[in-house]
Ligand binder design. Structure first.
Ligand SMILES: Cc1cc2nc3c(=O)[nH]c(=O)nc-3n(C[C@H](O)[C@H](O)[C@H](O)COP(=O)(O)OP(=O)(O)OC[C@H]3O[C@@H](n4cnc5c(N)ncnc54)[C@H](O)[C@@H]3O)c2cc1C
Length: 283
């Protein structure tokens, strides 16, 4: 990855190679343009291509260059907030629907890995959330109770059982979530990319998106035109800022058919970009 051993560490050393890609040259016409080659963009490209759409994905640097290629590899079910809190915040229906989606998320990932035979060191033994002290244990008890009410396969382990599993007696107990597991994150991203390409998606790397504009705001089904990205215009280092500047300037006519990988463009003080993009892409 960019010949920089400190960029993606062990993941880069042990991941199978990414499919061969090159930069976008000239202009192409597609049904859907996707910005960003992380999990969001790659999964969208794969699913859209499988559904028959003509898709192009544009990645500023390389596949998995962002969080997708650098994370811990935990395939978790749920969020850090307590399950019941989602219902309180979103309302009963939406809270439960989100919980169902989150609870099923590992299955979706593992099914994709199996279906596309993605080599990514997948482990499906579940994960342990370990409790630091009694306060931590009380919190896990609540979490187990709330997930169990929803039929999730979670279990509270006591200190001795936890120690037997992890070889350390430092914890007061743990939550064993059998839905979860681990993957090699960069290998997963590259595998998704390979599957997307096999399904017919076009992936362009070293192709930062520097502007987005509607071909015809009144006819959103018109194919999006991708312009050539001139050499030197790539936004390596801080792509979010380039996109930010451009989108802000064209707030009214950003293309409805552009799909944005929100995580990659919403870091730090660029958070407002996500607020700007999400309503636009739904419009
Ligand atoms: C340290 C760390 C540990 C984590 N651990 C876990 C974990 O264990 N389990 C878990 O589920 N999640 C974890 N996460 C979160 C996870 O990595 C992210 O949720 C995930 O990567 C988001 O995927 P994404 O595709 O939305 O964004 P990203 O993976 O960040 O991809 C965005 C891509 O867009 C590209 N891009 C940005 N701007 C442009 C542009 N203008 N033109 C073209 N391309 C552009 C970037 O180069 C990047 O490749 C962790 C995150 C971090 C930082």
């Amino acid at each position: 990855m960019l010949d920089n051993a400190r960029s993606h560490g062990l993941w880069e050393l042990t991941a199978p190679p990414a499919p061969e890609t090159s930069g976008l040259k000239g202009s192409i016409r597609v049904d859907t343009a996707i910005v960003g080659g992380g999990y969001t963009g790659l999964s969208a490209a794969l699913h859209l291509a499988e559904a028959g759409a003509n898709v192009a994905l544009l990645e500023a640097v390389e596949i998995g260059f962002g969080g997708a290629g650098r994370n811990v590899g935990l395939v978790n079910a749920g969020m850090w907030v307590m399950p019941d809190v989602l219902g309180d915040v979103l309302g009963g229906d939406y809270g439960e629907r989100l919980l169902e989606l989150l609870g099923d998320a590992p299955k979706l990932v593992f099914d994709l890995i199996e279906r596309h035979r993605i080599e990514c060191e997948v482990e499906r033994a579940g994960t342990l959330h370990c409790a630091v002290g009694l306060k931590g244990l009380r919190e896990l008890e609540q979490r187990v109770a709330q997930w169990s009410r929803r039929g999730a396969p979670v279990e509270l382990l006591n200190a001795a059982d936890t120690a037997a599993k992890i070889g350390s007696s430092a914890y007061a107990g743990s939550l064993w979530d059998r839905r979860a597991g681990t993957i090699q994150p960069l290998a997963y991203a590259r595998g998704l990319a390979r599957s997307a390409v096999n399904a017919g998606a076009k992936i362009f790397t070293r192709s930062a998106v520097t502007s987005a504009s509607a071909v015809s705001p009144l006819v959103p089904t018109v194919a999006t035109v991708l312009r050539e990205v001139p050499p030197g215009a790539t936004a390596v280092g801080n792509p979010a800022r380039v996109l930010h500047a451009d989108v802000e300037a064209r707030r009214e006519d950003a293309a409805a058919k552009m799909g944005f990988s929100a995580y990659g463009v919403s870091q730090g003080d660029d958070f407002d970009v996500r607020l700007l993009l999400i309503p636009l892409q739904m419009g």
